[in-house]
Design a protein around this ligand. Sequence first.
Ligand SMILES: [Zn+2]
Length: 290
Amino acid sequence: MPELPEIRAHAERLTAELSGIRLDRFEPLSFTALKTYAPPPESAHGHELRGVGARGKHLLLDVEAVSFVVHLMQGGRLRRDTSKAKRPRNGVARWHFAEGRRLLLTEAGTERRAGVWVVEGDPLVREPLVELGPDADTVTVEQLTALLAERSMRLHTFLRDQRVLAGIGRRLANEICHGARLSPFVGTRGLDDAQVATLHTAIGEAIAEGLASERGRDDMSASKDRPAQVHSRTGEACPVCGDEVREITYNRYTVNYCATCQTGGRILADNALSRLGVDREEWGRGRQHG
Ligand SMILES: [Zn+2]
């Protein structure tokens, strides 16, 4: 899933391409595209696109009168539409701008979860963005300390919970835990001040690295092209210590880690998670937001 770096760099690209151009028409292409009833998308017609912003894993098209909040979910993409197709393949919604320019939201796969919210006023204080925690790279060490202390969760689950910190998915959570040399399953209340400071640095570095990589591209990367030391690197050598990168699966959910760097050499077996006290409900909830 595109995470904060991919979304933010893409927002910058779309702003450079389309800001100042008039929106003539918004066209939903699937029944599940539009997640809101009011205001109607027609209220944006004839207004200029002021820019495209990013919040967590969401894109925000600011069209003067209203904002379109777009969530790409797993397989969604928002791109310039250069086809002439009336019903583009995997099409979810389309924005028709002046000068014949069009933006097309597509979603690969069959889940149909990508969508568009039309929001009046400040979109940050309205659904769906109001539920988000702060963007993960904007919190101070003090704020992070408070967020960790407020809840008892496994670190990997905490990092991916969009209501706590916005913008981190599976890849960044794996990379941040590895960067901080922390077990993905350590409890949020089990970290000392030095570990929280290291975690804070790792969050900033992983996001900055992703942003730098993504800003060098002319379209959103595929997940295999994103920087990763451990994510999806099962069986490869850890670039830090040379140990083998391992994976652990729980409820069809895969976490990558390096035992030498992160768990004091302890190799976690799939069935060991229950002994670590990771409950099914917590992981199920994490997946909803991950
Ligand atoms: Zn290592």
